[in-house]
Design a protein around this ligand. Structure first.
Ligand code: NAP
Length: 304
């Protein structure tokens, strides 16, 4: 039986692992993806202290080296369920089960879908959620970025360096993104804004050819020829494997110690209910969750 199993090897999970192994906890990290962490898809991170500018992939690699160097074991596996059974936690994966005294869920989140006709059918055929991954395919073409948050502006900037023209389609006439990103975007001559507008449909036979736009003020519907649609309308957490208290969008509700509604099950990072989704807050969550898991395990020992 493990002391602690951490699910997810993104910034939150690996930070939790570093703290847990330093407490001497018998710890296993289980990760589904070969390259974990949404952050690995980010081209440049400029707000993680200690690094004035670093790619998401490089930062993740440094986290991994640090955790493994500290003694953490990371196993690739897909977790199906996490259940409480007679005081212990039972984790079922595609390749069998594990027992542990405590669990930290650091399972992150995935890009939210727009939910319009054509989005799923034309995925990878002009529809994308990652400019860093797919942007280079759009050299000298015209693309749309959907959303007004930090992710949309970050990737609009990436695409402005590749595509001929970038249109930001936003449902309001005001951006949610931080002022530095807004300022940078406003200086790019090949980025234009289409305000108060949503995409109603993405059309095309083999590849994206056009979108149907709706102006939310006037109700006017227009067709617009386009080569690519990059969607950034928020994130959905990967929390279906566990039955704890969650928000209506599936984010795990925790207390300030990162403990969920089930004793001994903690959550950290993007899968947790929070108002900020940053690497630095994920790292902070991971440290706190490991400290709390350690205290929980000590309390189990004292009860014996
Ligand atoms: P976000 O901040 O939640 O922004 C989502 C955007 O999509 C909002 O502008 C929202 O419009 C719009 N939207 C939501 N649902 C929509 C729909 N159905 N149709 C059309 N538009 C829709 O998400 P995010 O940009 O992915 O950022 C997530 C978190 O990561 C944030 O905390 C952000 O600060 C962080 N992040 C940070 C950085 C950085 O620091 N460089 C980079 C990327 C992300 P409204 O504004 O009208 O709600």
């Amino acid at each position: 039986m493990y002391d602690l199993i951490i699910i997810g090897a993104g910034p939150a999970g690996l930070t939790a692992a570093i703290y847990a192994v330093r407490y001497g906890l018998n710890t296993l990290v289980i990760e589904k993806n070969v390259i974990p962490g949404q952050i690995a898809t980010v081209t440049t991170i400029e707000n993680y202290p200690g690094f004035t500018s670093i790619s998401g992939m490089e930062l993740m690699q440094k986290f991994k080296e640090h955790a493994e160097g500290a003694g953490a074991t990371i196993q690739n596996n897909n977790v199906i369920s996490v259940k409480e059974e007679q005081g212990k936690k039972v984790i079922t994966t595609d390749d069998g089960g594990f027992e542990t005294r405590a669990v930290i869920l650091a399972t992150g989140a995935n890009p939210r879908k727009l939910g319009v006709e054509g989005e799923e059918r034309l995925l990878t055929k002009g529809v994308s959620y990652c400019a860093t991954c797919d942007g280079p395919l759009y050299g000298d073409l015209k693309v749309i970025v959907v959303g007004g948050g930090d992710s949309a502006m970050t990737d609009a900037l990436v695409l402005s360096g590749i595509a001929k023209k970038v249109y930001v389609v936003h449902r309001r006439n005001e951006l949610r993104a931080c002022s530095i990103l807004q300022e940078r975007v406003s200086k790019k001559e090949n980025i234009s804004f289409i305000w108060d507008t949503v995409i109603q449909e993405i059309q095309g036979d083999e590849l994206v050819e056009k979108v149907v736009l709706k102006n939310l003020n006037t109700g006017e519907i227009t067709d617009m020829a386009i080569d690519g649609v990059f969607i950034y309308v928020g994130i959905d957490p990967n929390t279906s494997m566990v039955d704890t208290n969650k928000t209506e969008n599936g984010f795990i509700v925790t207390d300030e110690q990162m403990e969920s509604s089930v004793k001994g099950i903690f959550a950290a990072g993007d899968c947790r209910r929070t108002s900020v989704w940053q690497v630095v807050t994920a790292v902070s969550d991971g440290a706190l969750a490991a400290i709390s898991a350690h205290e929980y395990i000590i309390s189990l020992d004292l009860e014996r």
